[in-house]
Write a protein that binds this ligand. Structure first.
Ligand code: FES
Ligand code: FES
Length: 205
């Protein structure tokens, strides 16, 4: 096997393989990364004005106005433009449900929605769920009490999905809860505690 980095060609032994990898990483960090980062930083200023749109959206009761690229995803808008990183991104193609937010009260995959589509609309993310800085939303409290989260990565999407679900169906059966949860994947796979938590909210109601 040959290493072609830095135009050097030599036989790959364990030692040369490691050295080649280290040289490659150094080269990447010294030459490739900075121009690319610079390119990203300068990207916004080079976007034609026709590709930029100024939008205003209400997020968790607060109005935000931003000028954004037409192709920006809503998940990126929420996380990077607004800094609301409670909305997580998993698969980025609509399967896992981690990025679910409420869009005019409807659970919506923010990774499949363009940010420009939020113009004039009302969004809710997990940051807006708590009743006050010292009081959790009943769903959050139930998740806490029933150990409904493990690593927590899927939890914001599940909470937003369940909020809309319980608003429509305040007294669901276990089967209905499981069906409503079927669009949200938990990689820690602790679904029983999640179902228990949602049913506990029902019991409180
Ligand atoms: S990140 Fe949006 S559905 Fe997975
Ligand atoms: S709690 Fe870890 S992914 Fe669901």
């Amino acid at each position: 096997m040959l290493c072609k980095d830095f135009s050097l060609r030599f036989e790959m032994t364990d030692v040369t393989q490691k050295r080649c990898f280290v040289l490659f990483v150094i080269k990447m960090s010294q030459t490739t990364c900075p121009p690319k980062l610079l390119q990203i930083q300068n990207l916004k200023s080079k976007i034609p004005m026709s590709d930029l749109h100024t939008i205003t959206a209400t997020v968790n009761g607060k109005s935000y106005t931003r000028t954004i690229e037409s192709r920006m995803l809503l998940s990126d808008f929420i996380r990077h433009e607004l800094g609301l990183t409670g909305t997580h991104v998993g698969c980025e193609y609509g399967v896992c449900g981690a990025c679910t937010i409420l869009y005019d009260n409807h659970p919506t995959r923010s990774c499949l929605t363009l940010a420009v589509q939020a113009n004039g609309h009302r969004l809710e993310t997990v940051e807006g769920l708590a009743v006050s800085p010292t009081q959790l939303h009943p769903l959050q409290q139930a998740f806490h009490e029933a150990h409904g989260l493990q690593c927590g990565y899927c939890t914001p999407g599940i909470l937003m999905t369940m909020k809309a679900f319980l608003a429509e169906n305040p007294h669901p059966s276990e089967a209905e809860v499981r069906e409503a949860l079927s669009g949200n994947l938990c990689r820690c796979t602790g679904y029983q505690h999640i179902v228990d938590a949602v049913l506990n909210v029902k019991d409180e109601g």
